[in-house]
Structures are given as C-alpha cells and as structure tokens.
Design a binder for this molecule. Structure first.
Ligand code: SAM
Ligand code: SF4
Ligand code: F3S
Length: 473
C-alpha cells in the first residue's frame, strides 16, 4: 500500500475507533440516544443520509422521525435552487424550539448548502443554535466532528476538503430493503453555467469498480431488487483500480453488474446527453437487467440557450440521441428536466423548448424556473424576463407535458405489466406502491405479501403522474 493509501486507511480507522467508543458511551446510558436525519435535494443526498444514519447506528443511536425526540438532529441540505435554500433555512430556524426544549440537543447542518460560504456565514451569524456545520466532502469524518462538538462544548465549523479523496468503508443504514442507491462517482466537471453542483460537490471522481461490484453483489444477496447507480453524470464514470472490468467506461460497468446472478433491475441517474452514446444504449439493450428507462435532462430546446448554458449539445443532436435509444429499445421510458426563464431567453427560444418537448414525447418531465445561484456564471447574466412571464411559460410547459404524460399513461390501461412492489402507503385506498420496469409509479390494491417481489398487474386507470392497478390473480 502506498503511503497516501495508508494514511487514508488510518484516517478511516480513526473514525471507526471513535464510533466504537461512542457506541460504548451510548450503551451505558439509561435510554438509547436518538438521531434524526432530514434530507433535501437529490438521490446523492438520500445516499449520503444513509451514510449519516449508518454512522449514527454504529455509534449506538436509534433513528427517529421526530426532531423533538432527537439527541442529534441533522439537516442534510440542498443548494440547487433558491427555493430549496429558503425551505432549509426555515426548517433550521424552527429547530430553535426543539433546542430550547432540550438544550443538550446537537443540531447539525451539512450537505450542499454547507459548502456555500455565504450560507455558512448566515448560519454562523444568525442561527446560533446550530452546533456543527460540515460540507459533503467531509461526511466520512462525522464521528470525529460529533465527538468534538460534544467534548469541546463549542460550535464546530468545518471547511471543504478539496483533495477529492474517496473514503470507503462507511456503515450504511438503508430505509428500503427493496430499492437501493449505489454511488459510482462523486462530483461534476461539467460546469453548466446555471448550476452550483460542481462548486459544492467538487471534481469528478469515480469509485473503484471492484468496490461497486462487491456492493452490488451484497445488495442482491440481501434481497435488493432495484439498484440505481448514482452520479451527476454517470457517463463520465472512469474505472478505477484493478477490478474485473476490461474496459474503462460506464456501459461496461452496466454489463458487469448485469452478470451478477439473481433477479433485479439496474437503473442509473443521471446521464448527460452530451456523453450518452450509442454504446450506452447498446449495453442497456443487451442487458436483461437494465431497466428500460433513461432520464436524459435536456434543459432547453433553443441552441442559443443550450450554448449559454454550456451543455455541449444541440436540440438536433439531442433528438437524434433519443431516436437512437428508441430504435434500440422501442419500449424505453424517457424522462427529462427542463429549465424555463434562463437569462436572455426569448419567446422564440421558449417555442423551441415547446417544440422539443412535442418531438421527444417524454413520459414525464421535471420543470424548473431558473434560479440564480451564487458564484455561477449565469448569476451574472443580464436577466430581463419578468417573474410573471417565467411563470406563464412554466405553466405552459407543465400543461403540455401533463397532456403527453396522460396520453402515454392511458395506453397502459387494460394491459398487464411486470412490476416490482417496493413500498406501502398505509391507510390509502391503494395501499401499495410499485414501479414498472420503466420506472412509472403504480398504486396497487392490497397484496402485502408481495412487498419486495416482482409480480404481474393489470392497469385499471391513471393520472398524468402515475398508474393504478391490481395484481393479476
Ligand atoms: N447532473 C444532472 C444533469 O446534468 O442532468 C442534473 C443534476 S441537478 C441536481 C437536477 C436538475 O436541477 C437539473 O437537471 C436542472 O434542470 C435543475 N437545476 C440545476 N440548477 C438549476 C438552477 N440554477 N435553476 C433551476 N434549475 C436548476
Ligand atoms: Fe449541474 Fe450540469 Fe453537473 Fe448536472 S452536469 S450537476 S446540471 S453542472
Ligand atoms: Fe441539491 Fe446537492 Fe443534489 S445541490 S440537487 S443535494 S448534489
């Protein structure tokens, strides 16, 4: 082992030793201490919250969904839009009440907003009940930080670690045994001009293929049936280490995971259109476990705006790529993201976006109004579109997509589809949740014995967001 790797192993050993000590201390208490983790943002943050809960459990904590009962209350935050930030700051403000009721409570502010210097300053100055702040790059040192916060009895603020090291071996606490997130890479090097993610999540770095494959095998062995490979741009995955892959790319990672014995589905989020290749679609088409779904955010339909966004593709090349995917997989479910009201967007640009949506015929789409993010180039672009106009455009996009989604969903009615039953909605008329192979949400009539299993169901009706059905008898 090289000296850098030895040092990393030692650093992680230190965290493990601290977790053991904290566990002994927790077990000596009359009542088991409780940890609460509130997650905002994307799947990457959901996955990080599994690590935070895993470390808490390792330190002898129980997990609670009630912030009032928590000894440690963690907010794992998102910085992607101003709205997300406002919501987090509102909720962190409200924690003053839980802290007043229990002054020993430790309040932790982490996740992407904890890597934004302006927000950290706001927390330091105006949210004095927050005890510990650390950015995503430092998540693996949470045991050490928690111990310091407890022992030193003063507020702890941790800076970003720009070394880009990946620290393996953290315990995980997964809420759902049927579906799992599996990060394959961290960070982003794309610098889309509107996006804060590269600044808060750092440079792209890929996990060792053998670690990913071991984790996938362990998930399948534990009964997991749906694995989502995570990365801001999974197509940039670069094989690390001496794993069993013969080539160094994402399509081959899919192929290698597909070789694992067992009945399960492989999904991935997110694929950047500029790097989505014929080989990727080919790998999906040839792998029986690769779900027939691709989320391919297009962001805008105008080439002028795509250029200003620094996306690296055109409307035409985007449409060609999805045509290629549909040719190889006629049953593919296609979903996307779009931003309206980007600075300088004209009505003609907006019509290009409408046109792309009509041509692409997405099954579902997430629509966002442009939000100025500090430190990003687009935050400095002149923006002369009124909020009202952005809102009107937003509503037009949502209406158009709802119409398309509804039409697509109606085509499922009366059909029998293969589903994975993955969750419950207690008390609701349709108390079970399932997903089709293409990832569409299905509300199911009762068949609780099927949780965690694949089944065939007949779709009876739909709305523009989901399907409703019953299991075939
Ligand atoms: N890496 C993914 C990609 O490039 O497709 C996207 C990740 S981002 C967390 C999720 C979505 O948030 C983006 O696809 C984009 O539509 C939206 N988004 C990012 N920055 C935004 C901003 N400043 N304002 C509005 N929406 C934004
Ligand atoms: Fe943000 Fe672009 Fe990276 Fe996606 S690819 S995370 S939108 S910078
Ligand atoms: Fe938000 Fe960070 Fe994800 S900014 S969308 S939680 S990577």
């Amino acid at each position: 082992m090289g000296s850098r790797q030895e040092a990393l192993a030692t650093d992680m050993d230190r965290q493990i030793a601290i977790m053991q000590e904290m566990r002994e201390a927790s077990l000596s208490l009359a009542a088991r201490p409780l940890g609460y983790v509130d997650t905002y943002g994307c799947q990457q943050n959901e996955s990080d919250s599994e690590k935070l809960r895993g470390m808490l459990v390792e330190m002898g904590y129980g997990i609670t969904k009630d912030e009032n009962a928590a000894d440690v209350a963690i907010l794992n935050t998102c910085a992607v839009r101003k709205k997300a930030e406002t919501r987090v700051l509102g909720n962190v403000g409200a924690l003053i009440h839980t802290k007043t009721a229990n002054p020993a409570q430790i309040i932790v502010f982490c996740g992407c907003l904890a890597a934004v210097p302006e927000t950290v300053e706001t927390i330091r100055e105006s949210y004095k009940h927050v005890d510990l702040v650390f950015p995503p790059s430092q998540i693996w040192r949470f045991p050490e930080f928690l111990e310091r916060t407890k022992n030193e009895k003063k507020r702890v603020f941790i800076d970003d670690d720009e070394s880009g090291e990946i620290h393996e071996g953290l315990p995980l606490h997964r809420d759902n045994a049927v579906r799992a997130w599996l990060p394959i890479m961290y960070g982003c090097d794309n610098y889309c001009s509107y996006c804060i993610v590269p600044y808060v999540r750092g440079r792209e770095r890929s996990r060792d293929a053998s670690v990913i494959l071991d984790e996938a095998r362990a998930l399948v062995a534990s009964g997991c049936k749906d694995i989502t490979l995570l990365g801001q741009n999974v197509n940039s995955y670069v094989r690390q280490g001496d794993g069993p892959l013969v080539s160094s790319d994402f399509p081959n990672l899919i192929r290698a995971i597909n070789e694992i014995d067992g009945e399960f589905l492989i999904r991935f989020m997110t694929s950047h259109p500029k790097d989505a290749s014929y080989e990727l679609f080919q790998a999906m088409a040839e792998c029986d476990k690769a779900a027939r779904h691709i989320h391919l955010p297009f962001q805008a339909g105008s080439n002028r705006i795509l250029k200003a966004m620094n996306r690296g593709y055109t409307k035409e090349s985007y449409l060609e790529k999805i045509a290629m995917a549909k040719e190889l997989m006629p049953d593919i479910v296609l979903t996307s993201d779009v931003i309206v009201g980007f600075p300088g967007e004209s009505e003609a640009d907006f019509y290009d976006t409408l046109d792309l949506i009509k041509k692409a015929d997405f099954d579902a789409m997430f629509t966002f109004i442009f939000s100025k993010r500090p430190g990003t180039p687009a935050a400095e672009f002149p923006d002369n579109i009124s909020r009202e106009e952005k809102q009107t455009w937003f509503e037009q996009l949502v209406d158009l997509q709802n119409e398309i989604s509804e039409r697509k969903h109606e085509s499922y009615i009366g059909k029998s589809v293969r589903i994975l039953v993955d969750g419950e909605a207690p008390g609701e008329k349709y108390p079970l949740r399932a997903r089709t192979n293409g990832g569409r949400l299905v509300h199911l009539l009762d068949a609780p014995e099927l949780i965690g299993q694949f089944a065939e169901a007949t779709i009876t009706h739909c709305n523009n967001w989901s399907l409703f059905g019953e299991v075939n008898k």
